[in-house]
Design a protein. Structure first.
Length: 267
């Protein structure tokens, strides 16, 4: 599937350049640069409140960076509004933290929501596509007519994943996809994320602080700390990065430079 501007086939799928965002005195993103190749899976890790969600919202256009550039398929997206923004976001699927399903709609309509709303797909065709997606995430067809409240947390995540892939996006965002799941269910969801994005040939951008998830779904990992990406490398090298901050974070150690700097700042 072509992106919103397929004129530059050599451009990375996503390119961030010197992206900055502050809220008053709180500098959250302090010059983020990152290229994500087509078909690549990039995971951004970082502690609570480091700005992972702000970064994702900037790429989606829900927040406008103060400065910097965010290109999709070589075309600038910062500042796009209305239909131009919708055209970019039509290429993006999103699995929200907590799945964010509509309680009042049955499962299949949750999955088909974007197809029916944005793309004028008939309800008949949308239901058929929803059924295929539910199959892909391992949910039985009888789940289609249940309501989200009738499902376990793991099943709700599967429905959220089915919705994220329903429109066959070429970019998929995963916002803390394993939060709230037990380790076994988290691993099932990680496997499904890998399988479904591969099947689509999609580019993936995920944010998480779950290292098991990051190393399973990421080709590369970037660590966000104090507004900057302090390390970007192959996922398999993250436990051996040679960076003391990354080391403390990925091993979950109470002691280390992150704690020392936080204490110095507080006191
Ligand atoms: N709309 C907003 N207005 C003001 N401040 C905001 C806004 N959105 C985020 N922030 C601030 O930006 C910082 C980063 O928040 P963000 O939610 O991106 O962190 P995070 O890394 O996603 O954290 P977590 O892992 O806990 O979800 C926080 O200090 C937060 O208070």
């Amino acid at each position: 599937m072509n992106g919103p501007n397929a004129s530059d086939p050599d451009a990375p799928k996503l390119r961030l350049r010197d992206v900055r965002k502050r809220f008053g005195a709180n500098v959250v993103l302090d010059g983020i640069g990152l290229d994500i190749a087509a078909g690549e899976s990039m995971v951004v890790i970082g502690g609570s409140g480091t700005g992972k969600s702000v970064l994702l919202k900037c790429v989606l256009g829900l927040l406008r960076p103060d400065s910097g550039s965010i290109e999709v398929d070589g075309a600038e997206t910062v500042g796009l509004t209305g239909r131009a923004r919708d055209r970019v976001n039509a290429h993006i699927g999103m699995l929200f933290q907590g799945a964010a399903l509509f309680d009042s709609l049955p499962v299949w309509e949750n999955v088909a929501f974007g197809l029916i709303q944005g793309r004028q797909t008939s309800r008949f065709a949308a239901r058929a596509r929803a059924m295929d997606c539910l199959d892909q995430v391992g949910l039985r067809r009888r789940v289609a007519d249940l309501y989200p409240a009738e499902l376990s947390g793991g099943m709700q995540k599967r429905v959220g994943l089915a919705r994220a892939i329903a429109a066959q996006p070429d970019i998929v965002f995963f916002d803390e996809p394993t939060t709230g799941l037990d380790p076994i269910m988290a691993d099932v969801i990680n496997d499904l994320i890998v399988a479904t994005t591969k099947e689509l040939g999609a580019t993936a951008l995920s944010i998480t602080h779950d290292m098991a998830s990051a190393t399973k779904i990421g080709d590369r990992i970037a660590m966000l700390y104090k507004g900057r990406l302090i390390w970007v490398g192959a996922a398999k090298e993250v436990f051996d990065s040679g960076n003391a901050h990354v080391d403390q974070f990925v091993h979950g150690r109470a002691d280390g430079p992150i704690t020392e700097e936080a204490e110095a700042q507080a006191g």
